[in-house]
Design a protein around this ligand. Structure first.
Ligand code: T1G
Ligand code: NAD
Length: 703
């Protein structure tokens, strides 16, 4: 029979060979919903009263045991037994309860397993406490039971790091009692339970086990390590203190603090932002345009150009199992490409991502280097990564059009150029698309898939399928100067440059933006990418630029000196073996000051808060325009772009989630304030105005 509650989640109860079998079912991941907790609680009560059953086995129907609390229900009013109540009930059973684990056993799933008296796991089980990834701590005794079972070091690593462990490591650390290679976890559980009964081993209750002793140093060392890795995340350090409580107070007192802290964190801004990011990840490829559209098959992929991007893209393709044909202009170009690709792949070997044999294969038969475009005749997709100049792109696409087979997809990695104009150089615009990778292409997770006017639906679908195979996050973008990410970047950088003219220093701005949570500020990023890139873009746009579009002079003046950033030893900062990080380039500061004097601008000071406010207002306002224009289909696509391509702090959820948290009205105020001085740059995006008026959120537009 089934014990079913009105919302999703069921436990099927049966007795097989004197063992009660509790089959937990809540597809797709058996999350502990209100309904499932209720059903499990009832099933446990039934087992206690069932004289025909001498032990119980809990197992998950489907791909795993239990993937933790139901994240979709965090924002709802809970009902039925809480997880701590359920867990206490399981542990209190007078007859042995065995958790039989397979697949994902995460968070509350591990807590259910820890409340059970014995644990058996299939060899491929992943056991983890990922709560910190959604800004939480284990909320149902995990911080107390886990160290009692596996000791402080292992518990600290699992809980504060959030990474799952493999079953064989779980066995070694004592987290599970036995491993099974049996395909049926239910059957293995029953056999294990019968053994427990036959050996008359009764319930083992972790709550009754004393906490291990801890030496004074242990938690101090851990505090320093956790803080160093946290990068703005609050939950890991808080979780660590909960574990430390196990060593310094009785079980019940520590448990009460854990629960209270968990409930507080459930209301925190970081938790809400991280849950937003969790669901954003899962909505990435969910586009109406892709529904029911079959991607084209991909096996051999061509790359034109073996420079920074081409070599990185080729590396990423090889690591994802594609065979690659790379074409450069001459032998010297090919040599450079080969050595960069080999070095990248050697890095993958060092990181344990590739074997030495794999390296030989990828640099051998899987990679063909050539100087003739005819080498692309068999390619299913060719990705162009040559110089950012329309005339060069024009030449390359005409040649590709001539040599590539029918149905081959022709893609450009351009950062800013018009993909419609590139498509027009071919006789097959329906097969042309933008595939905008980020540098380093074999590391960065974002892929902007840029749809031109004539791009066919199955070509777009192939872009998304490619990203999936490469382990990247794909975001659909429309054609405009810079697509989603670089267009926003250009706008925020311009807002930062304007603040510099008013009196802030590049270092103050970078430090404020890092304080917000970005890995780097805009000027150190520009120095790293090369200042010549945006200089070239400014020159390209100069002829068509709106006369109201104010430009700072110092950005060009710095480039005119040949200071292109890190690669030339100086830019906004100085670089060199003996130069401390973030040492401003005094000559660049002089150029800035000279421009202030020339324009009669009185220098004033900026607080970090004001810098962030302006920077983020410029970002959100531009993003709102990008959404209205259909360049980004949904606000969540902007969030994904900034999270995966631009170092936006995940615990802030992305710029649109940030805007929702702050409120559209507040952002609009900053935009309007800016418009008093420069009403062209700070022209209000009508969407922002509309949301502010209606007190509505960007999230409401995600559909
Ligand atoms: N709650 C609700 N839905 C979930 C879910 C969860 N915990 N986990 C996954 N889903 C949905 C997901 O949205 C998607 O739905 C579908 O399942 C498949 O997921 C009290 C506080 C389990 C490794 O953080 O890490 O327990 O989009 O596409 O790649 O102490 O999902 O198809 O509609 O990701 O095979 C701790 C989060 C909670 C686990 C599977 N648990 N999940 O990956 O499939 S806090 C987590 C994952 C907690 C206690 C604490 C992964 C996965 P849809 P998927 P996958
Ligand atoms: P790069 O100068 O490092 O490399 C370009 C390579 O293309 C050179 O090796 C050159 O020899 C080769 N090349 C030029 N013309 C060619 C031709 N006709 N046939 C074959 N090879 C040719 O440039 P990059 O930084 O790799 O940028 C390439 C493209 O990627 C540009 O469109 C750029 O805007 C875009 N992009 C760059 C970055 C970045 O961070 N560098 C990021 C995303 C996109």
């Amino acid at each position: 029979m089934s014990i079913t509650s009105p919302s999703s989640g069921t436990v099927h109860y049966s007795v097989e060979q004197d063992i009660a079998v509790l089959a937990i079912e809540n597809p797709p991941v058996n999350a502990l919903s209100n309904a499932l907790r209720s059903a499990l609680f009832e099933a446990i009560e039934r087992f206690e009263n069932d004289e025909t059953a001498s032990a119980a086995v809990l197992y998950g129907v489907g791909a795993g045991f239990i993937a933790g609390a139901d994240i979709r229900e965090f924002s709802l009013e809970p009902w039925g037994p809480t997880l701590p109540e359920l867990i206490a009930r399981i542990e209190a059973c007078e007859k042995p309860v065995i958790a039989a684990l397979h697949g994902n056993t995460l968070g509350g799933g591990v807590e259910v397993a820890l409340a059970s008296h014995y644990r058996i796991a299939q060899e491929k089980t992943r056991l983890g406490m990922p709560e910190v990834h959604i800004g939480l701590i284990p909320g149902a005794s995990g911080t107390q039971r886990l160290p009692r079972l596996i000791g402080y070091d292992a518990a600290i690593a699992m809980i504060t790091g959030g990474r799952p462990v493999k079953a064989k490591d779980a066995l070694q650390m004592g987290l599970v009692d036995e491993l099974t290679s049996e395909a049926g976890i239910k059957e293995a559980g029953i056999v294990f339970a019968q053994k427990i009964v036959a050996e008359e081993r009764g319930p083992r209750r972790l709550a009754q086990v004393g906490a291990p002793a801890a030496d004074a140093q242990l938690f101090d060392t851990a505090r320093a390590e956790v803080a160093k890795k946290a990068k703005g995340l609050e939950a890991p350090s808080i979780a660590l203190e909960m574990i430390a409580n196990a060593a310094r107070m009785p079980y019940d007192a520590a448990l009460a603090i854990e629960r209270r802290t968990f409930l507080e964190l459930k209301e925190s801004a970081q938790h809400k932002a991280l849950v937003h990011a969790f669901f954003a990840d899962r909505s990435a490829g969910r586009l109406p345009e892709l529904k029911g559209v079959e991607p084209r098959p991909l096996s051999q992929v061509g790359v034109v150009g073996g420079g920074t991007m081409g070599a990185g893209i080729a590396t990423a393709l090889l690591l994802s199992g594609f065979s690659v044909v790379l074409v450069e202009r001459d032998e010297a170009g090919l040599d450079r490409a080969r050595s960069v690709i080999t070095a990248n792949l050697e890095g993958a070997v060092k990181r344990g991502k590739l074997s030495a044999d794999g390296l030989a294969k990828l640099t051998g038969e899987a990679l063909v280097l050539a100087c003739e475009y005819e080498a692309f005749s068999n390619a299913d997709l060719v990705i162009e990564a040559v110089f950012e100049e329309m005339s060069v792109k024009h030449d390359v696409f005409s040649k590709l059009d001539a040599v590539c087979k029918q149905g081959a997809i022709l893609a450009t990695n351009t950062s800013y150029l018009d993909v419609n104009a590139i498509a027009a150089c071919t006789s097959r615009p329906q097969d042309v698309i933008g595939l905008h990778f980020f540098s380093p292409a074999h590391i960065m997770k974002l892929l902007e898939v840029v749809v031109a006017n004539a791009t066919a639906a199955d070509v777009l679908a192939t872009g998304f399928a490619l990203a999936k195979k490469m382990g990247k996050v794909a975001v659909r973008a429309g054609v405009c100067d810079g697509f989603i990410g670089n267009r926003i970047l250009a706008k925020t950088r311009a807002a930062a440059e304007a603040m510099i003219l008013e009196g802030a220093s590049p270092k103050e701005i970078d430090s404020a933006i890092r304080g917000f949570g970005f890995a780097m500020g805009p000027f150190e990023t520009a120095d790293m990418a090369g200042l010549d890139i945006s200089w070239a873009r400014r020159k390209r746009l100069a002829a068509t630029r709106d006369p109201r579009d104010r430009q700072v002079g110092f950005a060009d003046a710095i480039c005119e000196q040949g200071w292109f950033g890190r690669k030339t030893g100086s830019g906004y900062y100085l670089y060199g073996k003996d130069v401390a990080k973030h040492t401003p380039n005094p000559d660049a500061l002089e150029l800035i000051e000279a421009e202030r004097v020339e324009k009669g601008i009185a220098q004033r000071s900026f607080s970090a808060e004001e810098i962030v406010e302006r920077y983020m207002a410029a970002m959100v306002n531009e993003a709102a325009a990008i959404i209205s224009e259909g360049i980004a289909l949904r606000p969540v696509d902007v969030d994904l772009t900034l999270l995966y391509g631009y170092g936006f702090p995940r615990w802030r959820g992305g710029p649109m989630h940030y805007a929702d948290a702050v409120g559209a009205a507040k952002i609009l105020d900053v935009v309007k304030q800016g418009a008093k001085d420069d009403d062209y740059f700070w022209r209000t995006a009508p969407l922002l105005e509309k949301l502010a008026e209606r007190e509505a959120t960007f999230a409401s537009l995600n559909g």
